[in-house]
Design a protein around this ligand. Structure first.
Ligand code: GAP
Length: 450
């Protein structure tokens, strides 16, 4: 369904996914805090990326480089010189705009006259050590990529990887964006998941196509509707200073098609620049061919916050339910902040010990919530709204037959399962195993599949 951003923002606040930074002091624009559910969602996104891109591949290794780096890194990479946006200011209301967001040369806020564009560097500056002087300037990194390039030789020397191979990194980045907005879409502090994939120059095009496919299918496997994804090629005038070619994977966000992830062919730009500026040899020796060369780099670069927004928007659904509207997040089980909810039918003291026992055994295996407040219907609705795939209800019959009810979020179908089968059954369902492989107890799932 098409969803307004306001509904996503409101759900995120109401249920504890995302809060405005420094809210009690009036908020800090374009900075966001992830609450108890948001932090789980974000961790799950990063975990799914790390598992798919690093752990399950032979041609990738990980890295965690520091946020603060030598200033020379940013001189060599071209960021000191060229990581800027053209800024225009309204002469009447003094609001500032990115020149490329201006349609008819007037201020979008009040229609006032705008100044000529001037370049504004997006890197946040700070000082290293106690003296606030120009020589002590360092930057908060605007991308994690440079930490990878400056460690290229370290990794080649230690990780025993042959080309083609990649280095992957997840970490914070900071950009002093001129225009912000659209919730967590464009922040001043955000997290990136970046890969620098090093290849022989004559294979770069082939690997570029490979990563375009691979990264789109990652989103689709995690539940994004493929109708809501598309590729958009950058024109020559849109290319970043380092890129030979670039595509955006765009997602149909509530405000329209916008960049979700960028995939660039950076050529040998970065390694060649760092070799020149540092005086260190960053070439690669190919023992098979006897050639020495500077590798080309294919870079799939994704934003964690933007991915979180896309997953939330794509999962959001509303459907009529009796006289009310059921709001649910149809999140992929791997991403859902809570996998299982254990709900005693009531707080009746005869039910509580069994419900607590069930909770204790389930939480060992999955992120689980125990909830005994309000009516069972309201508790199901709450779990639907936060995207919990399965709710387990302990009722009075459970005390007799030692079985519980499992309710599925999307279909709302319910089945009864002996407590002894519960964890295994949930494990199979959460991992998307087909029914045929179920153990004997799996017969309890019959009727659940519609
Ligand atoms: N190293 C390449 C690079 O930095 P980019 O297209 O500027 O490329 C990559 O950024 C991704 O990082 C974007 O596709 C987006 O997902 C995310 N991103 C960039 N700026 C962002 C911001 N201000 N707020 C949130 N995410 C951002």
């Amino acid at each position: 369904m098409k969803v307004d951003m306001d509904k996503i923002v409101s759900l995120c606040k109401r249920r504890g996914f995302i809060f405005q930074s420094s809210e009690i002091y009036g908020g800090l624009s374009a900075c966001w805090d992830y609450g108890p559910l948001g932090v789980e969602l974000k961790r799950n996104i990063k975990e799914a990326w790390w598992r798919g891109m690093v752990r399950e591949r032979d041609d990738m290794v990980g890295l965690d480089s520091s946020v603060l780096m030598h200033r020379a890194v940013w001189a060599a990479s071209g960021h000191e010189e060229g990581f800027s946006d053209p800024l225009m200011e309204c002469k009447a209301c003094h609001q500032r705009w990115r020149a490329d967001d201006i349609k008819d040369s007037r201020c979008p806020n009040c229609g006032g006259e705008l100044t000529e564009p001037r370049m504004f560097n997006l890197m946040f500056k700070t000082f290293f050590g106690p003296v606030e002087e120009e020589a002590a300037t360092v930057y908060l990194r605007p991308e994690t990529a440079q930490g990878i390039f400056v460690n290229f030789a370290n990794v080649v020397d230690t990780a025993r990887k042959k080309l083609p191979f990649g280095i992957a990194q997840i970490g914070k980045a900071f950009r002093n964006e001129i225009t912000t907005g659209n919730f967590i879409f464009r922040c001043r502090e955000f997290e990136m998941m970046e890969i620098e994939f090093f290849v022989k120059p004559d294979t770069a095009e082939e690997w570029f196509s490979y990563w375009l496919e691979e990264r789109q299918s990652w989103y689709i496997k995690l539940g994004i509707n493929k109708e809501n994804l598309r590729l958009q090629q950058h024109g020559k005038d849109e290319l970043a200073h380092y890129a030979r070619a670039c595509y955006d994977i765009q997602y149909l966000f509530p405000m329209g098609w916008s960049e979700l992830e960028g995939i660039a062919n950076r050529g040998d730009f970065d390694l060649a620049k760092h070799a020149k500026h540092s005086g260190k040899d960053l070439s690669y020796f190919d023992a098979d061919s006897g050639d020495r060369f500077v590798p080309y780099v294919i870079e799939p670069s994704a934003g964690v916050d933007r991915a979180a927004l896309a997953f939330l928007v794509d999962a959001y659904d509303e459907e009529p339910d009796k006289k009310e509207m059921r709001v649910l997040l149809r999140l992929h089980p791997d991403l859902a902040p809570v996998k299982v909810a254990v709900l005693p039918l009531s707080r009746n003291e005869t039910l509580v010990p069994m419900a607590r026992d069930v909770y204790a055994s389930v939480r060992k295996c999955f992120t689980t919530q125990y909830d005994d407040a309000q009516s069972i219907g309201r508790r199901y609705r709450r779990q639907d709204e936060i995207g919990t795939p399965y709710s387990v209800t302990v009722d009075f019959q459970s005390l007799e037959d030692n079985a519980v009810t499992i309710r599925e979020r999307d279909s709302m179908k319910q089945i009864r399962v002996p407590v002894a089968e519960l964890t295994r059954t949930l494990e199979l369902k959460l991992s998307g195993e087909p029914l045929e492989v179920l153990p004997p107890g799996g017969k309890y799932w019959l009727g659940f599949e519609g």
